[in-house]
Design a binder for this molecule. Sequence first.
Ligand code: DLZ
Length: 308
Amino acid sequence: MIKSVHRLYVPRDEARFNALVDLFDSLGLRRGESWKGKRTRGIKLEAGEAGVEIGMGTGFPAADLVVEVDSADAAYELAGKRGWKIAEKIADADWGARLFTISLPAGLGRVCVFSYNDKAWRGEVAGEGKLDARGKRFGVVAARFNAFISERLLAGALDALRRTGAEPADVQVMRVPGSFEIPQAARQLAASGRFHAIICLGCLLRGETAHYEVIANEVTRGIGQSAQETGVPHAFGVLTCDTLEQAIDRAGLKGGNQGFNAALAAVEMANVAASGRTALSGKVKSSRRARGSRRGASKQASRSRKRS
Ligand code: DLZ
């Protein structure tokens, strides 16, 4: 399982090292792990979303690294203030973006910085949640039963929260005896009003659990009910497996890590809830405006009818 993808830069001296760190810092990458040894030192600067992109055809930016920001124009202004070497000035691209290119110090290549003009270009709809946990608080409920599995789910969930930008202080873990107790604890955390989303983690094994179906259904129903009644998103990271082997596969081996996936769902839903609130409050306002203007229009119509 790939854990991360990094573009490595090795500048020759301290000044260039610091210049590069400053550049990527300023663009908004988040400080990750750093180290200082006898022969080397390094720092990781991370993005919420990173990976490899494979393209075909023409019109791609000529750069070794592509960084998407909220506003390319704001980044361009910053580039001017910081004295970064601009290789290509900011311009519109025919794929719906604004972009410019920087030449890195010491011939370390070029970085393209862009933002999309129109979010709809990517099929984004109002209310879709971003995988950005910055500024959000998460409650995690983890069952101790089958700890061998559930601790792996917890490690996966915490890893996903860290990678998407959550601060350690904004993540609270509550342990409960078994999966049966998850809904009650989740409800308690959700009702406290302190969390943007709750992540529920546990492992039910059919082979070892009496009334497996009943318990699995109850846990699922209880978590769903807590989400609906509190309005706080709950992510479901409770494995329901026939065998231990299946659970192992879903807790970090072949099938990925369902704790990691549940945390990503929680981050996304925390943002859906936030943007949904904004979108809905906009709708109320605009429909009020619309009602107001319709009323205005009908008043005007009746005035003109009276005049005629
Ligand atoms: C009792 C029990 C059993 C048999 N199996 C599981 C399981 O596979 N996974 C799990 O999370 N919990 C199990 N439990 C514990 C119950 O969830 C619960 O904690 C106890 O029945 C106490 O209420």
